[in-house]
Each structure stands twice: as C-alpha cells, then as structure tokens.
Design a protein around this ligand. Structure first.
Ligand SMILES: [Zn+2]
Ligand SMILES: [Zn+2]
Length: 309
C-alpha cells in the first residue's frame, strides 16, 4: 500500500565505488533526507548493492539495482545505464561507438535489466545517427545534471530533446528520463559541480518495490522533471491533460508555465499557458509529448503517446 500517487526517484548516481566523493550510505541518506522515495546507485562498472540493518534501511530510499556500463574509447565515451540487473555487466571494449553501445545494451538485457543510453552530448560523443543503429534500449537521458553534458546542444549539435524527437519520428519507442548523474555530495554545491537534486523522474507505480517501479517505467508511466511538479495527468491517444502544481514563493507569488505539445519531427502542435494544459491528438501527429517550461527555469517532460500504432 502506498500513500503517494507519484514516487520520486533518481536513476543515475555515483559513490566512492566509482568516482563519487561519498560512500553509498552517505549518498542514500542524502536522497532520503531530500524527499526521494527511491534511488539507483549507478557506479561505473560496479554493481553497488547495500546490505543494511532495518535501522539503516529506514534512512535510505528504496534502492533499485543499477550500473553505469562504461566504455571509454578515445573516439567518445559510451555510457549505458542498466536498471534492475541481477549481476555485474562487463563493459564492451570495442573501439567502435555503435558496436560498444550495442554490446552494452545486449549485456544489460542478458543480465535481466533495462538499458538507458546516457548523455549523448557528453564530449559530443554521438547522436541519433548512432542510436538508430542500436536496438533494445528503453530509455535515453533527455536531461542529465552533470555540468559537462550539453543537454541543450548548440553550434549545429542537436539538443538531447531534439535527438529524442528524431528517434521517435523514426519509429523508435524510447522514453525520456531526467537524472542527476551526481558525483559531489561534500564541500560546495555549485553550478559547475556535479551535485545531486537536479533531475528526477516521478513514477506512477502500483507497488513500492523495485519491480513495481521498473514495470511502470517500462510502460512509460512516469514523467521527467528538473523542478516542475505535475499533480495529475491523463495521457492516452484521445487526450493528454496535465494538472501542473504551481510553485509558490515565500511571498505568495506563483510561478507561470508554458506547455508545448510536440509531434512527429518535433513539430509544435499546440502551446498552452494555463496550469491545466490539454491537447487532443489527431491522426497526423505521429506521436505527442509535452514539455512544461516554468518561469523559474525548470522543466518537465511527459512521455510520448503514439498515435495510430
Ligand atoms: Zn556517464
Ligand atoms: Zn554517470
């Protein structure tokens, strides 16, 4: 029995088991203290599993097993997160980006997990061209909180949301996640450091368990956020309707929101400036997804609804 409609979690986190600066226990406590229901400790090429007493576990969010399967080629890093894996996955040592990505995805699936392609624009490693040549992954990072991941693209490089739209427009059913990719939990918290609390997902799970959360994520029953809260959401081929929970500042001033509904090839279908943006898909849309922009600079991304497929 769960008391919340949405379960908040971060899917990408590092600890001292790879290049994070705090122990898995410290990191887990940070997320619990900051209102997260669940967390995936995704160390580079290390499966971090915490065995705690009942008292210790009460200080942690629910922990979902994961690993950042990390291939470090000179041509560009290929990092693929595996969620729900039952054993350590060995990273591909191929020097070819597509081969490394393929092998990492295949090995994650063979270990019982679901694969997510991480931060395409980190070191400008690859884009949808490489990702279209790989099958079987469920997710991609539309937002990564590490300061070197270039989510917005630029200079002729496509944003991560643009890469997502190209995959969707080419018939790929991929869900978009927002993650912290946090490394720094001690000393200063600053924009140029890799701190926690920047990107998360809110999952509508039937049960508060790893299986429940991963099943809901596999079905696309979640949204990604960097600060926008959606209270309720209807999302099907007949209607997409969001109820935005407005952020209120100490003096009672409310943030304002703009929601863009986009379809095939990233085409703008409809723009709403209300706190209850609603759109009824048409057969020509291909797919429909919504991005909510807050006047405070934060965003939320809903998962695409596929029309006529
Ligand atoms: Zn990475
Ligand atoms: Zn990482």
């Amino acid at each position: 029995m769960i008391s919340k409609t949405w379960l908040k979690g971060n899917l990408h986190t590092h600890t001292t088991n790879s290049d994070g600066d705090a122990s898995p226990e410290h990191v887990s406590e940070w997320y619990h203290e900051h209102g997260y229901d669940w967390l995936c400790l995704s160390d580079h090429n290390h499966l971090t599993v915490l065995q705690g007493s009942k008292t210790e576990k009460a200080k942690w969010p629910l922990l979902v097993h994961g690993e950042e399967v990390t291939s470090r080629q000179s041509v560009g890093p290929v990092h693929v997160n595996g969620y729900g894996i039952t054993e350590l996955v060995e990273a591909s040592d191929s020097t070819d980006i597509v081969t490394a990505m393929r092998e990492n995805v295949e090995r994650i699936i063979a270990a019982g997990g679901m694969a997510s392609i991480n931060h395409p624009n980190f070191r400008w490693a690859f884009d949808d061209g490489a990702m279209m040549q790989v099958e079987g992954y469920k997710f991609m990072e539309v937002f990564n909180g590490h300061p070197s991941t270039h989510n917005d693209g630029g200079g002729g490089k496509t944003s991560t949301a643009g890469i997502w739209d190209r995959l969707l427009s080419n018939g790929r059913k991929v869900w978009g996640i927002a993650v912290d990719d946090s490394h720094h939990y001690t000393n200063e918290f600053a924009a140029d450091r890799s701190n926690p609390g920047r990107g998360w997902v809110q999952v509508k799970s039937e049960t508060f368990s790893q299986d429940g959360i991963l099943t809901a994520m596999s079905d696309g029953d979640f949204y990604a956020s960097t600060g926008v809260t959606i209270g309720d959401m209807v999302s099907n081929t007949g209607e997409i309707k969001l109820e935005i929970d407005p952020e209120t500042e100490a003096d009672g001033i409310q943030a304002k929101y703009t929601t863009l509904f986009t379809g095939s090839n990233g085409r703008l279908l409809y723009e709403s400036t209300t706190n209850s943006p609603t759109y009824k898909p048409t057969r020509l849309d291909g797919y429909v997804r919504a991005t909510v922009y807050s006047s405070r600079g934060t965003r939320a991304w809903t998962q695409p609804v596929f029309i006529g497929s």
